[in-house]
Design a protein around this ligand. Structure first.
Ligand SMILES: Nc1cc(-c2ccc3ccn(Cc4ccc(CN5CCCC5)cc4)c3c2)n[nH]1
Length: 246
């Protein structure tokens, strides 16, 4: 497979959507080797306990290190090659962007640690870092109840970049946040009918003049990016102007 992905969670059913559609097909065709594991497999007490109260006080519970240590030890035994990257979703992580998706899509093996409660005992990541690269990742500045939704987001963004997963590879570069488009947002898209409820498709798109169409699309992308994401609009560097952007 192009990518092996192990997901460890106390809610394995939450990852069921990964069996559907694009990602499901990638798993069927062997492009992706996906395995979802229940963290409680690595508990040994009658109540299969995975959490405990936080040292230093504070609200909520923290996930105990022992089950995680055993789970990661079972999935990544010492001497495993290639060494996987451990992806730990957290509100306190580096921002997940298209560039990070591209980076992760180049990895042969990803292990996802889905936290719940107030997070995972920090020693789990510290111990794992002695054996593998640990990537603490945030999918955005809002707080979820656990890491599972973040794993669905990250895996969808990563798996669609793998060769053979998306039917039309050009569509991967002609889209928002793609480096090929200077990270600009894509403009509006249209299909038949040419007029719908009195709304016309912009005539340039029906003109067949591909130069004009390309310029119009660039203009639309710049306009939309400036409107909704001014932070993405490149500022002209003195002496270099907006080369190629106009
Ligand atoms: N991008 C993004 C990712 C997540 C995310 C990912 C994994 C987990 C695991 C548990 N939680 C719930 C959670 C975590 C931390 C706090 C903040 N507390 C303040 C003091 C101690 C902790 C609250 C609630 C997750 C949340 N949320 N958003």
């Amino acid at each position: 497979p192009a990518l092996r992905a192990d997901v460890v969670t106390i809610f394995p059913d939450y990852l069921a959507p990964l069996r559907l559609s694009l990602i499901g097909r990638a798993a069927q065709t062997g492009i992706l080797d996906l395995a979802v594991h229940d963290l409680r497999e690595w508990t040994h007490d009658r109540h299969r306990t995975v959490d405990d109260t936080p040292y230093g006080g504070g609200a909520g519970m923290v996930m105990r290190p022992e089950p995680w240590g055993e789970a990661l030890g079972a999935l990544v035994p010492p001497g495993t090659t290639p060494v996987p990257r451990l992806v730990v979703p957290t509100p306190a992580g580096r921002r997940f962007t298209q560039a990070v998706a591209v980076e992760l899509a180049a990895e042969p093996h990803l292990v996802f640690a889905c936290g719940r409660y107030e997070g995972i005992d920090a020693r789990v990541a510290a111990d794992a870092a002695t054996r593998m690269r640990v990537d603490e990742i945030s999918i955005g500045d809002y707080v979820l109840n656990g890491g599972e939704a973040a794993v669905l987001v990250v895996l969808e963004a990563v798996v669609r970049l793998l060769p053979g997963v998306v039917g039309n590879p050009e569509s991967l570069t002609e889209e928002s946040h793609a480096a090929e488009h200077d990270g600009l947002l894509e403009g509006p898209v249209y299909t038949k009918p040419p007029v719908w409820r009195g709304h016309e498709v912009p005539p340039v798109l029906l003109s067949g003049d591909h130069g004009a169409i390309g310029r119009w699309r660039r203009e639309q992308a710049l306009e939309r990016t400036a409107r909704v994401r001014p932070d993405l609009v490149p500022v002209p560097v003195a002496g270099r102007g907006l080369d190629g952007l106009t």
